[in-house]
Design a protein around this ligand. Structure first.
Ligand SMILES: *[C@@H]1O[C@H](CO)[C@@H](O)[C@H](O)[C@H]1NC(C)=O
Ligand SMILES: *[C@@H]1O[C@H](CO)[C@@H](O)[C@H](O)[C@H]1NC(C)=O
Length: 284
């Protein structure tokens, strides 16, 4: 396991990027970070070459046995892409800097657009399990508690000291994704809203859910925000997508029990739709 809260140097990111560039001819312009249950996108890459995280110099390694992640380079709808199959979560014990390490590597590889996906709980009453939420904005709760991947010395080669975040989720990409959903006739599953990141790993209490709703959050999860902050810092455009896999409980008298099998089935069905949408988005 890596040392906690250590910022990596430009030379370390460079070493990782150079190692990868000598091992593949693919020059990705799009990077995709696949959320839980959404790794199937990486399987759609053509002419692919993949690297286990543990063989990539300086790359963080997975803490979960049997869940060894992979970086997959290949073509998706004719576009050179790199796909993270398995992401790093803060709750696994990684520092917030380590969680977002791959994003700066992507930037050095020449990536211009980052697509991030996650599985999230629905806070907005009008959301249904299986909905796909385009992330319009985020709330960085770990940031409120002093955990921001941009803390530490700023390297101007990546970006400015105080990056703007009011345009974190690219308006044009969001609109293009909506058009893709329209063209595919699946807008009934589409939402657009605010994603809130909590550190995890415990799920939120009822009081916390009510608090998050009051703050204006529509979905809640334990990822994505660190990667987006780092991506915006180094000038990548971002498209973020949440698959709503469950609805949070906000009623103390609720007898409601999540039907886990149904959730899994819906997730499975909708994860394919999400993958179709991402492919369609790249073609447009
Ligand atoms: C790595 O650093 C070297 C030396 O500064 C530079 O020539 C090279 O372009 C860098 N590679 C990447 C992928 O940024
Ligand atoms: C829930 O989502 C709907 C549809 O996007 C939106 O109109 C509404 O403002 C959201 N509700 C809250 C409380 O934010």
């Amino acid at each position: 396991m890596e040392t906690p809260s250590r910022c990596s140097s430009f030379e370390e990111y460079n070493e990782t990027a150079e190692w990868l560039l000598t091992r593949t001819k693919i020059r990705p312009i799009v990077a995709i970070i696949c959320g839980s249950g959404l790794g199937g996108l990486a399987d759609r890459l053509q002419d692919y070459v993949s690297f286990k995280y543990e063989e990539i110099p300086r790359f963080p390694t997975s803490t979960v046995p049997g869940h060894a992640g992979k970086l997959v380079f290949g073509k998706l709808e004719g576009h050179d892409c790199v796909c993270m199959q398995g992401r790093f979560h803060f709750y696994e014990g990684y520092s917030i800097h380590t969680v977002s390490y791959p994003v700066r590597v992507f930037s050095l590889l020449g990536v211009k657009t980052l697509i991030v996906t996650n599985a999230a709980g629905g806070l907005n009453d009008s959301y249904s399990v299986g909905d796909i939420m385009i992330i319009k904005d985020h709330i960085n709760m770990p940031g409120f508690a002093g955990q921001n991947p941009l803390c530490g010395p700023n390297d101007e080669r990546f970006g400015v000291r105080f990056p703007c975040m009011s345009d974190a989720y690219d308006r044009e990409l969001r609109s293009k994704f909506r058009s893709t959903a329209e063209a595919m006739g699946v807008t009934q599953f589409l939402q657009e809203g605010v994603y809130c990141m909590l550190a995890g790993p415990s799920y939120e209490t009822i009081a916390e859910c009510k608090f998050l709703q009051t703050m204006g959050a529509d979905s809640v999860g334990m990822s994505t925000v660190p990667e987006v902050l780092v991506a915006r810092h180094c000038g990548l455009r971002v498209l973020g997508l949440s698959l709503i896999t469950n609805k949070v409980i906000t009623d103390y008298n609720s007898e409601e029990k999540a039907n886990h099998e149904e959730v899994l089935r819906t997730t499975q069905e909708r994860s394919n739709l999400l993958q179709d949408l991402v492919c369609g988005f790249l073609t447009m």
